[in-house]
Design a protein around this ligand. Structure first.
Ligand code: 3PG
Length: 247
């Protein structure tokens, strides 16, 4: 049996301000740092060890990983960064307040933008100063591959090559893996791992900074999955995420 740990970053400044973030590179808040440290303590107490770690190109996930590893005294572990683990791109919504958008467009529209499988938010113009095209960290990418918006389906499509080419082979080689990523890049992985239908993924919300443990069989099919620590607190935190898009 294999174990895989997924962790959404701790609370970010734009989580606190309830703003759509996507590929915008915002910091953790002090609460977010505490959540990341707590995740590391939980992993340590439960006896988890890792051989390789994966994260995105965005500092809220990177710092979350580092704080976790620091609590485990494992900052020497290899870290692989991939844009494929970045948050889902939120298009022209990036920077806007989620509750304000719900007041303006209605809860149902915001729920569609946030949680539908295949309806992307309005796209950014490539010339919009908020666009990440031209950002040095993505310089090796084909500029057209730097998204201007994404629905979850698009996110699944770019996360899966990374799963298939990097993560799954590492797990099968016996490497113990932790992935520190984002609400929707983790939803993409959870959808794939748990084989969740397109219309059921709308109800899945990932809380900040709580390790999500998967026990996988030899074919990497889940045997079970659970949040480490207080299950009730994790469920409450996931419900709070769901409510962020209401007027
Ligand atoms: C964001 O990008 O705004 C958040 O990290 C995830 O947002 P969501 O829960 O509204 O999809």
């Amino acid at each position: 049996m294999y174990k895989l740990v997924l962790i959404r970053h701790g609370e970010s400044t734009w989580n606190l301000e309830n703003r759509f973030t996507g590929w915008t590179d915002v910091e953790l808040t002090p609460t977010g740092v505490d959540q990341a440290k707590q995740a590391g303590r939980l992993l340590k107490e439960a006896g988890f060890e890792f051989d390789i770690t994966y994260t995105s190109m965005l500092k809220r996930a990177v710092w979350t990983l580092w704080h976790c590893l620091d609590q485990m005294d494992r900052t020497w572990l290899p870290v692989v960064h991939s844009w494929r683990l970045n948050e889902r791109h939120y298009g022209a919504l990036q920077g806007l307040n989620k509750a304000d958008m719900a007041k303006q467009y209605g809860d149902a529209q915001v729920l569609t933008w946030r949680r539908s499988y295949d309806t992307p938010p309005p796209a950014l113009e490539p010339t919009d100063p908020r666009s990440e095209r031209g950002d040095l960290r993505y310089a090796k990418m084909n500029p057209e591959d730097v998204p201007l918006t994404e629905c979850l389906k698009d996110t699944v499509a770019r996360v899966m090559p990374f799963w298939n080419d990097a993560v799954a082979p590492a797990i099968k080689l016996g490497k113990r893996v932790v992935i520190a990523a984002h609400g929707n890049s983790i939803r993409a992985l959870v959808k794939y791992l748990d084989n969740i239908a397109d219309d059921a993924i709308v109800g899945v919300n990932i809380p900040n900074g709580i390790p999500l443990v998967y026990e996988l069989d030899a074919d990497l099919k889940p045997i079970r999955s659970y949040y480490l620590g207080d299950a009730e607190a994790a469920a409450k935190a996931a419900a709070a995420v769901a409510n962020q898009g209401k007027a």
